[in-house]
Design a protein around this ligand. Structure first.
Ligand SMILES: O=c1[nH]c(=O)c2[nH]c(=O)[nH]c2[nH]1
Length: 316
């Protein structure tokens, strides 16, 4: 297996310097955030796919960094154009679209040994006009932003799907007790609080898995939401693990799943100064500071894939 990023390359000019030689380290480059909207209009009932795509190539780009030689540099402008050209054939799923881009760039240029392709996708739903779903007018929907990442490294392909900004809240069936108390602890124990978070998650498909990416996405999202509603939550940590466990139990094609979940605190407001009680009915929704709970839910003995995760950050 090759390194995920291009390995260090010496600059001949610096090779004889005393002390540590200055060399080119890992690198990648490409076009970020290409906003591409594809409308399928074979019939009067149009379909829309709305993506934000990033393409970055890895391979032998030492010439450009060290000698001003651009002969290996597939222009970022060309990468952007390729994204639009490929969209002409439809997107299908963000994961499949990114895999097509990965095959194209690694297959077309000998020195491109891999890369990283990312997508966010934004959902639209038909406007309900006069009780009918409109054929070509849409309203932005989606409680969340769908994410996808493909990493190519030689012949290896890593596919990571995910979502972010999925804000959920339950008004009871959550508490937090039993934590250590020291001289700085002021938090009161509670067995009845609001639990709210904004779920960011990414799940990695097993190498070689060829799932229906769109259908699996919808199922995973449904499992995450359902599991959030179930059980008394002893901590956001517990709920996070249960959500991941439920996904892995029902989806063998998913190797592991990671989460980043802020604890969106809701504090009970003291209404006593106004002569009022407050039996968990009026809250102050604090936007910061917030607890930040992050974890991987994985399978015992699973072969780790650090190169896949490095490309999307430690958690989400
Ligand atoms: O679910 C929680 N987990 C914590 O780690 C924590 N810490 C805290 O102050 N409140 C909470 N709630």
């Amino acid at each position: 297996m090759t390194d995920i990023l291009t390995t260090a390359t010496e600059t001949p000019a610096n090779a004889a310097d005393e002390g540590g030689r200055i060399v080119l380290g890992p690198n990648q480059y490409g076009k970020a955030e290409v906003r591409v909207v594809k409308v399928t209009r074979d019939t009067d009932r149009h379909e829309i796919e709305d993506l934000n795509v990033t393409s970055q190539l890895r391979g032998d780009f030492a010439g450009a960094h060290l000698a001003g030689d651009n002969s290996h540099v597939v222009a970022t402008d060309t990468q952007k154009n390729t994204i639009f050209a490929f969209a002409r054939d439809g997107v299908g799923s963000p994961e499949a679209f990114l895999l097509r881009l990965a095959e194209h760039f690694t297959g077309s240029f000998d020195w491109v040994t891999g890369g990283r392709w990312l997508a966010e996708s934004y959902a639209w739903e038909r406007i309900l006009a006069h009780g009918q779903e409109h054929d070509h007018a849409f309203v932005r929907s989606g409680q969340e932003v769908r994410t996808a990442a493909v990493v190519a490294d030689g012949d290896d392909r890593h596919v990571i799907a995910g979502l972010k900004d999925l804000v959920v809240l339950k008004t009871t069936q959550s508490g937090f007790v039993g934590y250590p108390k020291d001289r700085y602890t002021t938090l009161q124990e509670t067995t009845d609080r609001i639990l709210a978070t904004s779920v960011a998650t990414r799940w990695r498909y097993r190498p070689g898995a060829e799932p229906d990416y769109n259908a699996t996405y919808e199922r995973v999202k449904a499992i995450l939401l359902e599991t959030f509603t179930e059980h008394y939550s002893a901590a956001l940590q517990t709920t996070l693990f249960e959500m991941g466990q439920a996904v892995l139990e029902r989806h063998p094609e998913i190797a592991e799943i990671r989460f980043s979940m802020p604890n969106k605190h809701h504090f009970v407001v003291d209404l006593a100064p106004f002569g009022l009680d407050n039996p968990n009915e009026v809250f102050y929704a604090s936007d910061r500071s917030y607890g930040l709970i992050e974890a991987t839910v994985t399978r015992e003995g699973l072969e780790p894939a650090p190169g896949a995760w490095e490309s999307v950050g430690a958690f989400c």
